[in-house]
Design a protein around this ligand. Structure first.
Ligand SMILES: Nc1ncnc2c1ncn2[C@@H]1O[C@H](COP(=O)(O)OP(=O)(O)OP(=O)(O)O)[C@@H](O)[C@H]1O
Length: 232
């Protein structure tokens, strides 16, 4: 993967301020289909804001965001919401599982929201547990899971609907380094196996090293850092 051709998702000259605070000052980023991209950079440089713009969560003040040739920044909220639900998966620093639901219900949730019936959705959800080393934890609630287990459940939830793009914002940020490494390995395996494109915000070099490519965000702009692996 080169990232320069067949871009699946692209930010062009994206500018966004929060009131008087500029977060993005002309960010350009192109992610190829099937590519695993790590987004690094200092705290406050605009990494999360860029991810949120690319994922159609935030709308830039100016510039363009394209997904599969479509202008995400021009979509109205219902269309962006549908895009997020049907094509994107999300993992955040703190898994943000619904505490009232069991682990398997959490994983099934995006499928249920997408219109799947409860039985097949739960069956699909359960299929992810052995793959992510979560056997036997299907019926637990988030309060009964360790941080690493909860992040793996969050990963299963993000992947269960087989998204085109997985957006992960500091997916290992709340974990100790060994647990974080294991979660990252599972994440990379899962996205590669499914041919999912992944955009992973991290400030851990070890996490970024698992990606196909790294870019650096500084002062709201993107600079290329490394283009190394050619992908499977
Ligand atoms: N909701 C918000 N309201 C006001 N300012 C915000 C908001 N979100 C982000 N910012 C500001 O925008 C800038 C970029 O923030 P962003 O969260 O994108 O950085 P980041 O690189 O992801 O940082 P970190 O690594 O610390 O998570 C920062 O100056 C931040 O304070």
């Amino acid at each position: 993967m080169t990232g320069s051709t067949t871009a699946l998702i692209e930010a062009r000259d994206v500018v966004l301020s929060f009131g008087q605070t500029p977060a993005l000052r002309g960010a350009d980023l192109s992610v190829a289909a099937g590519e695993i991209l790590a987004v690094m950079g200092p705290s406050g440089s605009g990494k999360s804001t860029l991810l949120h713009c690319m994922a159609g969560i935030l709308v830039p003040d100016s510039g363009e965001v394209l997904f599969d040739g479509r202008r995400v920044d021009r979509m109205r909220e219902p269309e962006r919401s549908e895009l997020r639900r049907d094509r994107f998966g999300f993992v955040f620093q703190f898994g943000q599982l619904v505490p009232e639901l069991t682990a398997e219900e959490n994983v099934a949730m995006p499928l249920l929201l997408g219109g799947a019936r409860r039985g097949p959705a739960l069956a699909e959800a359960r299929g992810w547990f052995p793959r992510l080393g979560l056997d036997g934890l299907e019926g637990r609630r988030s309060g009964e899971l360790s941080g690493g287990q909860a992040q793996r459940v969050a990963l299963a939830r993000a992947m269960a609907a087989r998204p085109d793009v997985l957006f992960a914002d500091e997916p290992t940020g709340s974990l100790d380094s060994l647990t974080g490494e294991q979660v990252m390995e599972l994440l990379v395996d899962a996205v590669r196996e499914n041919g999912t494109t992944a955009v992973i915000v991290t400030h851990e070099a070890r996490v970024a090293a698992c990606a196909d490519r790294e870019v650096m965000v500084r002062d709201g702009k993107v600079t290329s850092l490394r283009l190394e692996r050619t992908g499977p």
